[in-house]
Design a protein around this ligand. Structure first.
Ligand code: SAH
Length: 252
C-alpha cells in the first residue's frame, strides 16, 4: 500500500504564516523532506516524523532534484503520510512539477497545500498593494535564473510589460538586472524595493529607484531577498512595523 505525498507550502519564513492545514499535516507526518529556507520552529511541528534536509541555497551543495523525486516515491512506498515542505508556495519556483510528474508516473497519490509566497509577504512588509485601481492591473512573478543547460529567456520583456513585478532569486545579480532593464528602456526613476527576510525578525525594506538598483550589492544583503518593481511602490506608504523598526535602526 502506497501512502500520500503532500507538497506543502511553508510560507515566507515566520512559522505563524503557515496554513492550519500545513500545521495539521506536519503534526501527522511520518517523514518530512524540507528545503533550506524552512524555519526550524515550523519543522519542529513535525515532532514525530523523520526529517530530511534536501534544501538548496544559492548554488551551495544541495540534493539533486532527480534524487529528491526518487526519494519521494520510495518514501510513499514505506510511509502513509509523506510531506515535501517547500518555502513560500510550492508551485512557484519550487520545481514542484518535476516531483508531481514523478509521483504521477509512479502512481503515487499526492496533494498540494498552498503557502504564502515571498512576493506577497514582501509587499505586505512594505505596506503596499500590488494592484491598484488605475495604476496596476497585473502582477508578474519572474526570475532571471535559468537552470543548467536551459536556454535563456526574455525575463526583461516580462518585467517591462508588467505593472507590478516581483523578481525572485535576483538580488545576487541586481546590477545586471538594472543594466538590462535600463538598456531596454525602463525609466531610471522606476520605484524599486528590495525586501530581505520578509516576515522574519531580520526583515529589511530598501527603497530605491531603478537607477540605484545596481548598488544594492553594497547593502550587505545576506538573507533571502526579493526585488519588487512598479509605480505602486512610489508612494512613501507607511511600511509595516517590522520594516519601520529596521529602517529606523539603520538610520540611527
Ligand atoms: N516557492 C518560494 C520561492 C522559492 S525561490 C515562494 O513561493 O516564495 C527562493 C527565492 O524566494 C529567494 O531567492 C528569494 O528571492 C525569495 N524568498 C524566499 N523567502 C523570502 C523571504 N522571506 N524574503 C524575501 N524573499 C524571499
Amino acid at each position: 500500500m502506497a501512502g500520500t505525498v503532500y507538497l506543502v507550502g511553508a510560507g515566507p519564513g515566520t512559522p505563524d504564516l503557515l496554513t492550519l492545514r500545513a500545521a495539521r499535516l506536519l503534526k501527522r507526518a511520518d517523514i518530512v523532506f524540507y528545503d533550506a529556507l524552512v524555519h526550524p520552529d515550523t519543522l519542529a511541528l513535525a515532532d514525530k516524523s523523520e526529517k530530511i534536509a534536501v534544501g538548496k541555497r544559492c548554488g551551495r551543495h544541495s540534493t539533486a532534484q532527480r534524487f529528491i523525486n526518487k526519494r519521494l516515491v520510495d518514501a510513499a512506498q514505506k510511509h502513509e503520510l509523506v510531506v515535501r515542505l517547500k518555502g513560500g508556495d510550492p508551485l512557484l519556483f519550487g520545481r514542484a512539477q518535476e516531483e508531481i510528474d514523478e509521483l504521477t508516473a509512479a502512481g503515487i497519490r499526492f496533494e498540494i497545500v498552498p503557502g504564502i509566497t515571498a512576493a506577497l509577504a514582501a509587499s505586505a512588509a512594505v505596506g503596499t498593494s500590488m494592484t491598484r485601481r488605475g495604476l496596476s492591473r497585473n502582477v508578474a512573478f519572474v526570475t532571471p535564473r535559468t537552470g543548467a543547460g536551459e536556454e535563456g529567456h526574455d525575463w526583461a520583456q516580462t518585467v517591462l510589460a508588467a505593472d507590478t513585478c516581483a523578481i525572485y532569486m535576483g538580488v545576487g545579480e541586481a546590477a545586471a538586472i538594472a543594466v538590462m532593464l535600463l538598456a531596454r528602456g525602463a525609466s531610471s526613476d522606476l520605484p524599486v524595493v528590495i525586501v530581505e527576510n520578509a516576515s522574519l525578525p531580520g526583515e529589511r525594506c530598501l527603497r530605491m529607484r531603478l537607477a540605484d538598483l545596481g548598488s544594492a550589492a553594497a547593502s550587505g544583503i545576506t538573507g533571502p531577498a526579493i526585488i519588487l518593481i512598479g509605480e505602486v511602490y512610489a508612494q512613501a506608504s507607511p511600511a509595516s512595523t517590522a520594516c519601520k523598526l529596521a529602517e529606523r535602526a539603520r538610520a540611527a
